[in-house]
Design a protein around this ligand. Structure first.
Ligand code: HEM
Length: 453
């Protein structure tokens, strides 16, 4: 019997056919569109309804495909740890295949492992310390342009700041005039990932996304000769010099593809997390004061790499922001072989979805999950330790976010400078409305009251 004829737990799977998901509860929605519009309106409410109706394993149809959702922390662990090498990421992230076809997250198994090993050189402590200097200077420079206002749109300001940091740390560039063009290119790529029309026709979101990809790849490619020769400490230069175990370098095509994905993965996620965090600091002034006190206790204008771990409360608020509104709420995979989960036999060649976002909101793990309560991460409460995958905004297993420590460092460096100089408050009666996918962002730019300390 071959792999495709047996389930990974050893029993015979249902024969793949047109109705091969018939035995799985749930429904696929309308022909062609499935339930895409209902899902896009509010993905969390969509999955809540489905789960209440069907239980922890159910099928649904979005973006022209059929997917089986596996709900819960056990499901996250089973799929992401993938001990039996069933679940591929490339076909799981099929919505990104025209935009980031060769990014690290879209590589699988041995090919993924070898690329990740080369890339990891750029995330070792020595380069991280160099990035830290660039981050601190970049934050100070960008923040100088921020003026106190009763209606300061935080989201576009922080998006611009993280783009400038990305250009400096990842590319070794000071961007000026090109900032708006680069920013728009990333916006177009990300928007295309959830485009309802999946063909790159002119005038469509996917058309704009594919054009943006071509622009960015050319932009990076032009810089390769200089980065290969130079001795820069930016990530681009690291990728130009990093080698595999047998001494092979990344090719030019691989470098530009990796940079394109990495900048997107770093930029929008951190922007989203910082927007949630600053909203929370504005909404909960006691937390804002406590974090400011911690920041001031370091007694330095910029936080040193060696002092990052002293910012414990900052970390607690960051963790809670990631639980409350995770930048990557759903993680897709593709089952290459049949398997069994939750009492169901799921055939091979099936798209799978697991969700750190849904698990972050379950009262099976968290106490009053709808409350923003950073103390749930304190040592004496430690709600995040109730399950290995209770808190997994950075994913887990082979594809666990390679930039997790970088993101944590950037967030601490930002908050450390920001709270020394500014106070934030929410306008009276204001509640932001958030768009949840592909990466959460406030629909109205997050207008806050910004004043000097
Ligand atoms: C708060 C910020 C961030 C969050 C919440 C986040 C979240 C994630 C998640 C959930 C994954 C796993 C996806 C999967 O398993 O399919 C991932 C992968 C990845 N992230 Fe992040 N990320 C963040 C910041 C960053 C930063 C700053 C970088 C780069 C410096 C980065 C680069 C990557 C890369 C390259 C991958 C693919 C890893 C692989 O496939 O081996 N991310 N991220």
């Amino acid at each position: 019997m071959t792999m495709s004829e047996t389930t990974k737990s050893g029993s015979v799977a249902g024969t793949p056919s047109a109705g091969r998901l018939d035995h799985i509860p749930g429904h696929l929605g309308l022909p062609i569109f499935g339930s895409t519009f209902e899902f896009l309106k509010d993905p969390f409410a969509f999955h809540d309804r489905r789960r209440q109706e069907h239980g922890s394993v159910y099928k649904f149809g979005v973006f022209g495909g059929q997917t089986v959702a596996l709900y819960g922390a056990d499901a996250l662990e089973f799929v992401l740890m993938d001990r039996e090498k069933i679940f591929g990421s490339r076909k799981g992230w099929r919505l990104l295949d025209k935009l980031f076809p060769n990014g690290l997250m879209l590589r699988d198994f041995e090919d993924h492992r070898s690329h990740r090993r080369i890339m990891q050189a750029a995330f070792k402590p020595k380069p991280m310390q160099d990035y830290m200097l660039r981050l601190n200077d970049g934050i100070a420079n960008s923040m100088q342009a921020w003026s106190p206002s009763d209606r300061f749109e935080f989201y576009p300001a922080i998006k611009n700041l993280t783009l400038e940091l990305g250009a400096s740390v990842f590319l070794g560039l000071e961007i000026g005039d090109e900032a708006a063009k680069l920013n728009q290119a990333f916006v177009d790529e990300v928007a295309a990932s959830v485009a309802v029309i999946r063909r790159p026709w002119p005038g469509t979101a996917m058309g704009r996304g594919v054009k943006a990809r071509a622009f960015l790849l050319n932009y990076f490619r032009d810089l390769i000769p200089v980065r290969r020769k130079g001795d820069g400490d930016d990530m681009f230069s690291q990728f130009c010099k990093a080698t595999s175990e047998d001494g092979a370098f990344f090719s030019d095509d691989e470098i530009v593809d990796h940079l394109n994905f990495l900048l997107m993965a770093a930029h929008d996620t951190t922007t989203s997390a910082l927007s949630t965090m600053v909203w929370a600091l504005a909404a909960y002034p006691d937390w804002q004061n406590a974090v400011r006190e911690e920041v001031l206790s370091l007694g330095t204008e910029q936080v040193a790499y060696a002092d990052l771990d002293k910012l414990e409360l900052t970390e607690r608020v960051f963790k809670e922001a990631l639980r409350f509104r995770p930048p990557v709420p759903f993680i897709p995979r593709f089952a290459n072989a049949p398997f069994e989960f939750g009492g169901y036999e799921i055939p091979g060649d099936t798209s799978i979805s697991v969700s750190p976002g849904m698990v972050g909101m379950t009262d099976e793990i968290w106490t009053e999950p709808s409350l923003f309560d950073p103390d749930r991460f304190s040592d004496n409460r430690a709600e995040d330790r109730r399950h290995r995958f209770a808190w997994s905004p950075f994913g887990g297993g082979a594809h666990k976010c390679i930039g997790m420590h970088f993101a944590t460092m950037q967030v601490r460096a930002f908050v450390h400078q920001f709270l020394q100089h500014y106070q934030v408050a929410l306008p009276p009666g204001y509640t932001p409305r958030w768009q949840s996918i592909p990466i959460p962002k406030p629909k109205d730019g997050l207008p806050i009251i910004l004043s000097r300390t």
